[in-house]
Design a protein around this ligand. Structure first.
Ligand code: C2E
Ligand code: MG
Ligand code: MG
Ligand code: MG
Length: 281
């Protein structure tokens, strides 16, 4: 069985894959206690008005300060939390912490109101009473509903006849804004989305990445974004561009008419105190 080349073709016991699987298991089994131990933290990335360049809101992005594995980004554990069902509990924590923080900014900086935009997983819409959770958290924190935006993916709202549609209508009726995250990566269409109480499309970063600064830009990407933005506006939707990394991209997106931008060009995800400093600035 020993291999002359020292490389095993035994994929079943590939040590790297095994380590990966063990890490996944370790993470999965400690998700719930980690929420209780307060190991999750939020960063906030500014959403900037394309015209005047002012911070209009921030997106809350969750991180896990893992005692053993260091700080983990959401791509390491959100899907896991969805599979394990822990996403409902984690999502509730994110929502409460985001609203508490946004309320604090509102009290500290009454003249520069900013909204907080919170990612909501599919299972939070289907398997939990999202409407009751949001209503309870707004009441507890005192955050005005118009300073809360929820980001749902296309897959969370597609085929949203029953429960999700009712939830969206109730939330929108409360004054909470709804945005469609990563728009353009799924199979939804604008005609359908325009019938939902959605106010903003967040154009997926892959579109913006086609706006290269090199000598070979992809003109098709720019044409598609132009048409999407135009159609969205005619349907009464606002457009946020994700993943804006350069001045050229920002300039082109502004010319096309995107309403807000988000990305490293404007700001990285920040700690809450750094956002406070921005608002004081
Ligand atoms: P998203 O909602 O599309 O968030 C934007 C992601 O793009 C963030 O990654 C952000 O750090 C990254 N980003 C921002 N600007 C740039 C840029 O200019 N260039 C590039 N290359 N990337 C940029 P992050 O924080 O790793 O989050 C990844 C995904 O995890 C999020 O994508 C969202 O789907 C999910 N996520 C984050 N926080 C939560 C949460 O609290 N609940 C749920 N359910 N999902 C979350
Ligand atoms: Mg998002
Ligand atoms: Mg997004
Ligand atoms: Mg994205």
């Amino acid at each position: 069985w020993a291999k002359a080349d020292g490389k095993s073709r035994w994929t079943l016991f590939d040590p790297e894959r095994n380590a990966h699987r063990m890490t996944r298991q370790a993470l999965a089994s400690t998700l719930r206690p980690a929420i209780e131990r307060g190991e999750f933290v939020l960063e906030f990335q500014p959403l900037v008005g394309m015209g005047e360049g002012a911070v209009q809101g921030v997106e809350a992005l969750v991180r896990w300060r893992h005692p053993q594995f260091g700080t983990l980004g959401p791509n390491r554990f959100i899907q896991l939390a969805e599979e394990e069902g822990a996403i409902v509990q984690l999502g509730r924590w994110v929502l409460a912490a985001s609203c508490r923080q946004a309320r604090q900014w509102q009290l500290e900086h009454p003249d520069t109101p900013i909204f907080v935009s919170v990612n909501v997983a599919v299972r939070q819409v289907w398997d939990s009473d999202l409407v009751a959770d949001v209503a309870g958290i707004l009441a507890e924190t005192g955050l005005p509903p118009h300073l809360l935006q929820l980001e749902l993916t296309e897959s969370a709202v597609m085929g949203s006849a029953g429960r999700p549609l009712q939830a969206l209508q109730a939330l929108s009726g409360m004054g909470v804004s709804i945005a469609i995250d990563d728009f353009g990566t799924g199979y939804s269409n604008l005609a359908y989305l325009s019938r939902l109480p959605v106010s903003t499309l967040k154009l997926d970063g892959s579109f913006v990445q086609g706006f290269r600064d090199d000598e070979h830009p992809n003109p098709a990407d720019e044409t598609i974004v132009e048409a999407l933005v135009d159609l969205a506006h005619r349907l009464g939707l606002k457009v946020t561009a994700e993943c804006v990394e350069s001045a050229q991209q920002a300039e082109r997106l502004a010319r096309i008419g995107c309403d807000t931008g988000q990305g490293w060009f404007y700001a990285r995800p920040l700690a809450a105190e750094q956002v406070s400093a921005l608002l004081s600035g």
